[in-house]
Ligand binder design. Structure first.
Ligand code: NAD
Length: 327
């Protein structure tokens, strides 16, 4: 059995990746400090509870499991927090990644799939973003992800590290069997916030900004189903195992929805009203982020099958109604 080290395997996307890897015959080994993850989300392979800032712990996990590759999801990823406390982001994301890369090379593991983000693009006047669009992040979260991308390229040149870099747009939905789901702490993602407001678990959803240069004044985002997203990761892993060269891929659908449009879809999908109020803009948010994902479709053969807004909300709703994780 081939092992894959999954950093952040107890988190939202990492746990879905573990499920997809296990379904494909790999053994996912979650490496997670549980700072924002959940032990209950680790169902498909062992958990190494440890921190990427401890190099010896990474060395030990690599020596024990000898993975064929690494999927690196672990990061701090709150835009607002990154604006207030950039040091935390440079330390956890960039130093964590550097430790991981150096440990991987020392263990002769030279294939890595990396979670990057559309936040590396920053604001680009509403154009559809392709992989070769300029990188001009608006916040420290995006800056750290851009730095890690550069680090991966540098170690590719110096040490033959091969990496597939995925720049995700907004990830949403839950596994359709509702075994695992989206549960951030604190929650800042639109769809789970909406579902909490619908259920009365929070007073209301706050719409951050209504004066953006978009058709209804609210931010536009491109939503991709987590199940489709992790399927691309397994394809990226197989790409590396086949010996292909590193590559960057956007993962989105190419369709942008405003916050107000997502609220309308949620009302239709759940049959419930979404209580909301209008609030000020959130520092560091771009008006519109929409993906050009032709490269992933063409080169990886990626077929996002569940990424309609309706299915994403229905799957998230099913998970939410099951009650989420016990804290
Ligand atoms: P998450 O917070 O649910 O998962 C991150 C996991 O990493 C958590 O389980 C946390 O405990 C772990 N972790 C953090 N720092 C660690 C460290 N130093 N050592 C060990 N474990 C550590 O977040 P998520 O939404 O699943 O995001 C996963 C990745 O995807 C992140 O890198 C994020 O930047 C990226 N991403 C997410 C989205 C999205 O819409 N959710 C969009 C773009 C990019």
């Amino acid at each position: 059995m081939q092992h894959v080290l999954v950093t952040g395997g107890a988190g939202y996307i990492g746990s879905h990746a573990c499920k997809a890897l296990a379904a494909r015959g790999f053994v996912p080994v979650s490496f997670d400090n549980l700072s924002t993850g959940w032990t209950q989300a680790v169902k498909y392979g062992p958990l190494v509870r440890a921190d990427l800032l401890e190099r010896a712990a990474i060395d030990a996990a690599l020596a024990e499991y000898r993975p064929v590759a690494i999927m690196h999801f672990a990061a701090s990823s709150l835009v607002g927090e990154a604006m207030q406390n950039p040091g935390k982001y440079w330390r956890n994301n960039v130093l964590g990644a550097l430790n991981l890369i150096e440990a991987a090379l020392a263990a002769d593991c030279r294939a890595l799939v990396f979670s990057s983000t559309c936040a590396v693009y920053g604001e680009q006047d509403g154009v559809v973003l392709a992989e070769d669009s300029p990188l001009q992040p608006l916040n420290a979260y995006g800056s750290t992800k851009r730095a890690i991308e550069e680090m991966l390229r540098d170690f590719g040149h110096s040490d033959g590290l091969r990496s597939v870099i995925f720049r995700y747009f907004n990830v949403a939905g839950s596994d359709p069997e509702a075994e695992i789901g989206e549960c951030h702490r604190p929650e800042t993602h639109l769809i789970p916030l909406m579902l909490q407001a619908i259920c009365g678990e929070r007073d209301e959803l706050v719409i951050h900004g209504q004066d953006y240069p978009t058709h209804d004044g609210t931010c536009i985002r491109d939503y991709v189903h987590v199940v489709d997203l992790v399927e691309a990761h397994v394809q990226g892993l197989e790409w590396l195992i086949e010996g292909k060269e590193g590559r960057v891929f956007n993962l989105g659908t190419g369709a942008g929805f405003s916050v107000r449009e997502v609220i309308d879809h949620a009302r239709a999908a759940t049959g419930r009203k979404v209580p909301f109020r209008l609030g000020p803009r959130r520092q560091g948010d771009a008006a519109s982020l929409v993906s050009g994902s032709q490269r992933a479709l063409r080169e990886l053969g990626w077929h996002p099958r569940r990424s309609s807004l309706k299915l994403m909300i229905q799957d998230a709703w099913r998970w939410h109604q099951k009650g989420g994780y016990d804290s």
